[in-house]
Write a protein that binds this ligand. Structure first.
Ligand code: C6P
Length: 414
């Protein structure tokens, strides 16, 4: 992987850290070192405050009431949608659909677009490094429809084999679904190239942006992706809220996902007519508070600046990689040239779960396991990895602490 620093980030990390209550905690009398950001990010006070403000002074149902509170709740909920629109550069805010998260977004596309447009003998392309959320919904669809799942292989560094991808594309291909950044390897996939290659075959592309959108600038129009999905909780927002962006032509052509209130224009026992976008895909009372919380998270990310976040996290990645390379018996899993700040590794001396436990005793939170990406583990011949995943509020000192703790693991298991 690259060991040069792209550009220097000027970021006052100590000041930023003060905005995150969880980062002030201690674990076993030691300062908490939170390195499990790919699982979920911590939340700044501004997001916690937005939830508090909503529940203490704005709480009401949206799109229904004629009273002041309902109109206020509707306004702030829809403002959150507009914030997402600007953040990912969606052409229109009605192309931003609130979901529960990435998993729901992918299932929504599989169950609506997929069921309508993918049939017997058709092919869907994914890659070896997908999260289970971007495998299982397509497998379920293939089983139901008699379609075929095709998988792009990856190199020993954890990079997509683009030539093999080119060979898989053909006139039976009906969809490509691709992770932007691998949660298990950190690989940043060349999604623009993947999309352009698919579009040459008139094949739409869904991008799983769960691990990219809070860490780098994402522009869905520049990417020209057909669908983009992400989770609020991985980008400083609350759990239970996510986003599905789609091109209007696809969203309009898709049948609804869930039926119920708000997604209809009129209902009789004979016939229901569906609401316009985005409401057609938001049946029932939506997750109002958490959408507002996501809006506050976006405000916060934009104040810090996505370019600065990206550059600083890259600096951390380079530094952390150097620290880990000095640990005896450490094997890095995922050494792509283009990497996000995910350090996935094994140690000769200890199982990843044991590593996780010893690190926890040192106040360091990492994830150990298969990271819901079992095919990647199989590809690298390991049952699990230990994974330190970074965010812009992490520091080089924390990575030094990780290095010292891993040396301790080696001593304990010597
Ligand atoms: N990865 C991790 O620790 P949800 O659970 O719907 O918010 O996100 C699912 C998901 C989809 N795609 C990718 C690339 C992901 O990384 C995740 C979530 C977490 O790596 C939890 S398994």
């Amino acid at each position: 992987m690259t060991t040069t620093v792209k550009k220097r980030a000027i970021l006052d990390v100590e000041l930023i850290r003060k905005d995150f209550p969880v980062l002030q905690l201690q674990r076993y009398g030691k300062p908490l070192v939170y390195l499990d950001n790919a699982a979920t990010s911590q939340k700044p006070q501004a997001v916690i405050d937005a939830l508090d403000t909503y529940y203490s002074s704005q709480n009401s149902n949206v799109h229904r009431g004629v009273h002041y509170l309902s109109e206020t709740a509707t306004r702030v909920y829809e403002e959150a949608r507009i914030k997402v629109k600007h953040f990912i550069n969606s052409p229109l805010s009605c192309q931003v659909i609130f979901t529960r998260g990435t998993t729901e977004g992918i299932n929504l596309v599989a169950q609506t677009y997929g069921r309508k447009f993918i049939g017997q003998g058709d092919e869907i392309i994914i890659s070896t490094m997908e999260h289970h959320s971007n495998i299982v919904p397509w497998q379920m669809l293939c089983e139901e429809k008699g379609a075929v799942l095709r998988v792009i292989p990856i190199t020993d560094d954890g990079e997509l084999m683009i030539e093999e991808y080119g060979k898989l594309l053909n006139k039976r291909t009906k969809l490509v679904a691709m992770g932007h950044v691998s949660n298990a390897l950190g690989t940043i996939n060349p999604v623009k190239q993947i999309i352009d290659m698919a579009h040459a075959f008139h094949v739409p592309v869904l991008v799983d942006g769960a691990q990219s959108v809070g860490h780098m600038h994402v522009d869905v129009q520049k990417l020209d992706c057909d669908f983009f999905v992400c989770s609020g909780h991985k980008m400083l927002g609350p759990t239970g809220i996510g986003v599905l962006y789609g091109k209007a032509e696809h969203l309009n052509a898709m049948p609804p996902f869930l039926g119920g209130g708000d997604m209809i224009l009129s209902v009789t026992f004979e016939k229901t007519t569906y609401n316009s976008l985005p409401y057609k895909f938001e049946a029932g009372t939506p997750n109002i508070a958490d959408a507002i919380g996501l809006g506050a998270a976006i405000d916060y990310l934009q104040q810090v600046g996505m370019d600065r976040i990206d550059a600083y996290e890259h600096e951390l990645l380079v530094y952390g990689t150097d620290v880990l390379q000095n640990i005896d018996g450490l094997r890095m899993i995922g050494t792509a040239r283009e990497k996000a700040a995910v350090l996935s590794f094994t140690l000769d001396s200890a199982h990843p779960h044991d590593i996780g436990q010893i690190l926890d005793q040192e106040g360091i939170a990492i994830r150990a396991g298969h990271h819901c990406a079992q095919p990647v583990m199989q590809r690298f011949g390991v049952p699990a990895t230990a994974r330190a995943s970074l965010a812009f509020y992490n520091t080089k000192e924390e990575l030094d602490a990780l290095g010292r703790a891993l040396e301790k693991v080696n001593e304990v298991f010597a």
